[in-house]
Design a protein around this ligand. Structure first.
Ligand SMILES: *Cc1c(COP(=O)(O)O)cnc(C)c1O
Length: 229
């Protein structure tokens, strides 16, 4: 079959697209990290991704994370990318390198309490204001980040958002640009626990726009590893 599914081929294409998007904005492609979102795929497909050279994996459920962590644990970095229930924190905390979905103080408290080392977290923002989306409202983020000071096991490495589900480029661009502005806003607060240098934004359908607007972590599922559901 000439068009058989191949993670490796998808990865090559995505890397080329990253290169092009970076060229548009004079960015270094090395500053864009690919997180392969494996929530829709099997352990086997995840192993294929690992064999293709992917080092960073994202899961949005504790079961999926634990199952795949078993197989690839030592050599991969794990990212928790979905809404995280407080009671699930202790199951995943010593497995993950990054949590992309910090969206409330009670969650920060639990992460701090269960952490065995400093945990790198992104604050999840609901930039688009859609009711279905999790995250802090843009006008609340400065106050929210200040409230995190007591939780010394947490480092706020950046901000994360999910853009609205649309093809409209202007809407997407506006959303990503706002996240970038908020990130810069937090950086100017110069909080030692919140360097906030990173932007986790961009998925299969919008990652090139996200990169043009400053994404440093893109979370790619279907375009990279497919969807077996
Ligand atoms: C599922 C998911 C992704 C990846 O989605 P694709 O459109 O398949 O690339 C990225 N981020 C989050 C938070 C997700 O839940």
């Amino acid at each position: 079959m000439s068009n058989a599914f191949s993670v490796k081929a998808n990865l090559e294409e995505i890397k080329e697209n990253i290169r092009i998007a970076c060229l548009h904005k004079n960015r270094n492609p090395e500053n864009v990290k690919i997180v392969a979102v494996t929530k829709y795929v099997s352990v086997e497909r995840t192993e294929e991704a690992f064999a293709s050279g992917i080092t960073d994996f994202g899961e949005n459920r504790d079961e999926g994370l634990l199952e795949k962590f078993e197989i690839l644990s030592k050599n991969a970095s794990w990212h928790f990318i979905g809404s995280l229930q407080t009671r699930k924190v202790k199951k995943i905390i010593d497995k993950v390198d990054y949590i992309h979905s910090l969206d409330r103080v009670s969650l920060a408290e639990e992460i701090h309490k269960r952490a065995t080392k400093k945990v790198k977290c992104f604050i999840q923002l609901n930039v688009s204001g859609e009711e279905s989306k999790h995250g802090i409202a843009p006008h609340d983020v400065a106050d929210f980040v200040k409230e995190l000071a007591p939780f010394t096991n947490i480092e706020i490495v950046g901000l994360m958002t999910m853009a609205p589900y649309t093809e409209d480029e202007d809407t997407l661009r506006k959303c990503f640009r706002e996240l970038k502005n908020l990130q810069e806003c937090i950086q100017t607060m110069q909080l030692p626990f919140a360097p906030c240098t990173e932007l986790s934004m961009g998925m299969s359908n919008d990652y090139m726009i996200a990169i043009e607007e400053g994404a440093t972590f893109i979370r790619i599922g279907s375009a990279l590893v497919g969807n077996e559901h």
